[in-house]
Design a protein around this ligand. Structure first.
Ligand code: ATR
Length: 280
């Protein structure tokens, strides 16, 4: 019988996960299907337990459910998801356990590694201090990067940096406002944009312009709609290396696929499928 997987969220109709995972299952000849389900926070517990009862192979959770899931009694988060404060992947154990993981930071790490960025010891500026920034900063601090979180609301950046520092990971973390970004970038190796600046429909906005950037910098924009954001255009104009947000989307999905199935996912097919969907 076909094994069913799914993503829960609201809104969910534009999710690229069904196309990406179904392409992976089909490429590997696996008798599995992945669907998107509109589920709000108030029905999340019922939906997760229902999926477990029906023998689902695994789940992804997206906006606005990731933080809610972490706090639910029925979900057992792993230590990384617990420190990030959010769950984006659910694995069902053989004895009915509901295990929670967060693969967003791993997706960002893999996107950087694939682009030949050395993470340990590198100076990374993370613009933004929301959910995505949390996942990325916790992961890269664990990998030994020196991180500065720069956020419009400075207080939020400082709080996040203190929280990560308290976890005593190998990399140092500081928080500051976004106003001094240009100065911070002079000494940085990597800039990661996790803010919504540049995302459709605000495609003209950018957290930095070419003049703020330099050729030794790697600029990673986790925004993938549009595919080439204004920030990535500015980075190219400055001669900086660019990393597309599509890679983070694909690698967080690939990591979830590995957790559910124990099988190596066909990442090139997943990437091609996502790119085709975004260009359609
Ligand atoms: P996500 O969970 O996707 O990371 P989020 O939690 O809503 O999203 O976070 C959005 C981030 O984009 C925040 O860091 C936000 O800054 P504030 O904490 O000051 O709100 C940032 N952001 C949104 N609009 C922005 C803007 N116009 N200029 C600068 N930063 C902005």
């Amino acid at each position: 019988m076909k094994r069913v997987f799914g993503v829960f969220g609201d809104p969910i109709e534009h999710s690229l996960s069904p196309a990406m995972h179904n392409a992976a299952f089909s490429a590997l000849g696996m008798d599995c299907a992945y669907h998107a389900f509109r589920v709000g926070p108030e029905k999340l517990e019922k939906a997760i337990l229902g999926a477990e009862a029906m023998g689902f192979g695994g789940l992804n959770l997206t906006v606005p459910l990731k933080e809610t899931a972490l706090k639910m009694d029925c979900v057992r988060p792993d230590p990384l998801a617990e420190s990030i404060g959010a769950v984006n992947t659910i694995v069902f154990g053989k004895a009915g356990e509901v295990l929670g993981y967060n693969t967003d930071g791993l997706g960002a790490r893999q996107a950087l590694l694939e682009s030949a960025v050395e993470i340990e010891g590198s100076r990374v500026v993370v613009a933004g201090a929301g959910g995505a920034a949390r996942a990325i900063a916790f992961q890269l601090a664990a990998d030994g990067a020196e991180i500065i979180i720069a956020n419009r609301t400075e207080e939020r950046a400082v709080e996040l940096a203190e929280e990560i520092s308290a976890a005593r990971l190998s990399g140092k973390v500081k928080g500051t406002g976004l106003a001094g970004l240009k100065t911070l970038l002079r000494e940085a190796d990597v800039l990661i944009n996790t803010t919504t600046l540049g995302m459709h429909p605000k495609t003209d906005s950018s957290v930095a312009v070419a003049d703020d950037l330099h050729p030794d910098l790697t600029v990673f924009d986790i925004v993938y709609n549009p595919l080439e954001t204004r920030l990535l255009k500015e980075a190219k104009a400055a001669g900086a290396k660019t990393v597309s947000g599509v890679l983070m989307l694909v690698y967080q999905g690939a990591e979830a696929f590995r957790l559910w199935t124990g099988i190596e996912p066909p990442v090139e097919i997943m990437k091609k499928t996502v790119l085709e969907a975004l260009q359609a």
